[in-house]
Design a binder for this molecule. Structure first.
Ligand code: GLN
Length: 550
């Protein structure tokens, strides 16, 4: 059994400095040394999980195999380190407090006064240890928020205590700060970093390494100054400079020597093989082709809402050396008369997941445009549901077809609330103790799906049974299966018991496919997802055919 070592990553000055990416990149570099690595995110907010938070507030909800609804940083962890995350890899303060309060009700504290120290901090420490399996060399633990936030205090106190519990040779503290460049004085400023490290030290945590986000690499004398004020050796102060694409971060960190420093401090041996990261960046930076994909959705103003999707599209272009440009199309603006203007230029159309009825009529119009104009089309979750409604209305002669989510009174609810799934769960007496009632009402996590041979789906996966991640309440209504298949819709992926439709496609079309699951959660740059790869190939073929002289 290995003695897992722990790297705690905290952040100072302001949020959104890319702590998640920094942790993921250090994880990737340690993995490149042959170490077994995992990551964990501790979020100081009080929601039990981000499942009930609006994408406008919190960005994407990332779903793990075991059905946890998590922070989007877990998506970065999976993409950079390639290990599947689970509900153990993420805890919010809300979940920690709930566990403590449940124990209190059960009498676990034997009549004692329940306090932040030691009861909440013990729960945090147990949560951290729960993510460290016996075969793990290193666990990187990212503390959400910024040092100084009231909510973050119990987490910081817990990681401070862990150094004594585990021994200092097994713990390393990395603090990420910002070194802003002040135009008026023409110099980068170290004061915010000094203050944030002071704040960290006031609760007893002395960082071992300081990572400074900055536009330009820090000069040696600035590093010297930060080292002096923050009581670290000068070679423990690093610049984390802005990069063109996120997959450059491991390379820039390696160039700076960050992973070497971490390895030395934690006594890890070996040299990293970063060739795969070099190759990836060469490919990303030297594309030979380009496609324009339209993302027709409701949260289009916010890139954070479709994080995994954007990444999966980029990965999808790697094999065909194709840069994927994404145009966000606001579904609410689409009308029958303006489709050509909004969608005409696109090489492929993608409708992502979503909730509620806002923009859905526009998405259905986009699906129709793609079907009629033989434009490559990929419908994910809500996108598949729109595809089905469109087909039912305009091909299968059901003009009043709708999804129950948008119109509970519709005559033909081709997409309806998944009662079958709930019964199935009730039979298995499934409970999800770590999720709230609202959060627990969806079909979540990884489920198997069987693919019909000779289909686009089967051609993409080259497998007959796959596992994909879900997050939805509504499903295809099997009462319409016969009619729709007679009219030409191919039900190419079903659950193994054939009870649930997971994938549909159109044979008379270059590439027109919908899936009820979210393939974007499983795509990584080292292992691009086959559906995204084939969608981009189809979009590229469309573009090249368009450019070719008639
Ligand atoms: N709102 C739809 C449902 O609940 C689709 C969900 C999604 O796209 N993630 O079934």
């Amino acid at each position: 059994m290995k003695k897992t070592k722990f790297i705690f990553v905290t952040g100072g000055v302001l949020s959104s400095l890319g702590k998640g990416l920094a942790a993921a990149s250090i994880g990737a570099l340690l993995k490149a040394r042959g170490l077994s690595v995992s990551l964990q995110k501790l979020d100081p907010y009080l929601n039990l999980d981000p499942g009930t938070m609006s994408p406008f507030q919190h960005g994407e909800v990332f779903v793990t195999d075991d059905g946890a609804e998590t922070d989007l940083d877990l998506g970065h962890y999976e993409r950079f380190v390639g290990v599947p995350m689970s509900h153990r890899n993420t805890y919010t303060a809300g979940r920690i407090f709930t566990q403590v309060l449940n124990k209190e009700r059960q009498g676990a504290y034997l009549g004692g006064t329940v306090q932040v120290i030691p009861h909440v901090t013990d729960e945090v420490k147990a949560a951290i240890r729960s993510a460290a399996s016996p075969d793990l060399d290193v666990l990187l633990v990212e503390i959400g928020g910024t040092v100084g936030d009231i909510e973050g205090q119990p987490f910081l106190e817990a990681i401070r205590q862990l150094k004594n519990d585990l021994g200092k040779n097994r713990c390393l503290y990395i603090h990420l700060t910002l070194v802003p460049y002040l135009k008026t004085s023409g110099e980068p400023k170290s004061k915010p970093t000094q203050h944030s490290v002071k704040e960290l030290r006031s609760i007893g945590i002395q960082p071992d390494i300081i990572l400074c986000r900055s536009e330009e690499p820090l000069a040696q004398d600035l590093k010297r100054k930060i080292a002096l004020f923050c009581d670290v050796p000068q070679d423990a102060v690093f610049s984390a400079v802005d990069v063109r694409n996120i997959y450059e971060v491991p390379l820039t960190f390696h160039r700076e020597g960050i992973d070497n420093k971490v390895a030395r401090l934690l006594r890890f041996k070996g040299v990293p093989d970063i060739t795969p990261w070099r190759r990836l960046n060469e490919r990303l930076n030297n594309p030979r082709h380009e496609v324009l994909i339209g993302l027709v959705g409701k949260y289009v103003a916010l890139g954070e809402s479709y994080k995994s999707l954007n990444e999966a599209l980029t990965h999808g272009g790697l094999e065909s050396q194709c840069r994927v440009l994404i145009r966000h199309v606001n579904a609410e603006e689409l009308k029958p008369r303006n489709l050509e203007r909004h969608l005409g230029e696109l090489d492929g159309i993608l409708i992502p997941g979503g909730f509620g009825d806002r923009g859905v009529e526009g998405m259905i119009l986009a699906a129709r445009f793609a079907r009629e104009n033989k434009r490559p089309f990929f419908g994910i979750c809500l996108g598949m549901q729109c595809l089905v409604v469109e087909f039912a209305r305009n091909v299968a002669g059901l003009p009043e077809a709708a999804s129950e989510e948008c119109n509970p009174q519709a005559r033909d609810k081709v997409i309806y609330l998944m009662t079958g799934w709930y019964n199935h769960r009730a039979e298995r007496h499934e409970t999800r103790s770590h999720l709230s009632d609202l959060g627990g009402t969806m079909r979540l996590g990884s489920h198997p799906c069987r693919l019909a041979s000779g289909t686009l789906a089967h051609r993409a996966y080259r497998e007959t049974e796959i596992q994909e991640r879900h997050r939805h309440r509504f499903e295809f209504n099997n009462a319409y299966l016969d009619l729709l298949s007679r009219k030409g819709l191919k039900f190419c992926g079903l659950s193994p018991d054939k009870a649930l439709v997971e994938m549909v496609e159109l044979p008379e079309h270059p590439w027109f496919l919908g899936c009820q699951f979210h393939p974007e959660f499983k795509s990584t740059p080292m292992k691009p997802h086959p559906l995204f790869r084939d969608f981009i190939k189809a979009a590229l073929a469309f573009r090249q055919a368009k450019a070719a002289p008639a």
